[in-house]
Design a binder for this molecule. Structure first.
Ligand code: GSH
Length: 215
């Protein structure tokens, strides 16, 4: 099989890169990583050179290029059906897609007020309108899935759905947005996952600062 190459941006800040990287790493899929640091003053020309959308993440597999974080996870789930990236049953996969699509298309207030920042010291900020509604909705999604599956991850074992919410776990943590024991236990399980630890260690070692993401 051709090798898989995943193009990503800064591990400290690139929330969309984190998702497929954590999914693939978390279930043990082998891939080569190419990190292109953000270059906002110049419009990210090195990202535009590799990605049709001008964004990362992007997965290259032979001559095929796949962009959009969830499309990458779905492709990997089809390539490696035994890896457990998505639920085995059709109803479970439909539910998984529903919450992943909701993650991708929603929660703009949370995402813009509280950028992912892996190495940010924990501390609250003044929250604009809409953030607490986003937090409550995500807590409900997580709680319903955890209760149905029994945890410790959203569908029981770690899956691509957890990876789609990984940047939210960081936001809830570093901006101190939640306090319920069940939600904190899920976040602890995510932060203790070996794939999370590997990403976090690399993020902490990065030299780059993106001022607009330092809230
Ligand atoms: N919906 C896309 C979002 C991708 C995205 O916005 N990526 C950001 C990095 S986190 C990016 O490439 N930014 C560079 C730019 O906008 O120039 C996905 O799920 O992959």
């Amino acid at each position: 099989m051709d090798k898989l190459t995943l193009y990503i941006a800064n591990k400290n800040y690139s929330s969309w890169s984190f998702r497929p990287w954590m999914a693939l790493t978390g279930v043990g899929i082998d891939f080569e990583e190419v990190l292109i640091p953000f270059d906002y003053p110049n419009g990210n020309p090195n990202i535009k050179a590799v990605s049709p959308s001008g964004h990362v993440p992007l997965l290259q597999h032979g001559g095929l290029r796949i962009w959009e974080s969830f499309a990458i996870i779905e492709y990997a789930a089809e390539l490696f059906p035994e890896a457990g990236l998505l639920p085995e049953d059709r109803a479970g996969r439909a539910l998984a897609r529903s919450v992943c699509m909701e993650m991708m298309s929603s929660f703009r207030a949370l995402r813009s007020a509280c950028p992912m920042n892996i190495r940010r010291p924990k501390g609250r900020i003044a929250l604009p309108d809409g953030v607490s509604a986003d937090v409550i909705r995500i807590e409900t999604i997580w709680r319903d899935l955890l209760q149905a599956s029994g945890g410790p991850f959203l569908f029981g074992a770690f899956s691509g759905v957890d990876a789609m919410f990984a940047p939210v776990v960081n936001r809830f943590d570093v901006y101190d947005l939640v306090g319920s024991a069940d939600i904190l236990a899920y976040m602890d399980a995510m932060k203790a996952h070996p794939a999370w630890r590997k990403w976090e260690e690399a993020a902490r070692a990065e030299p780059w600062i993106v001022p607009e993401d330092e809230v």
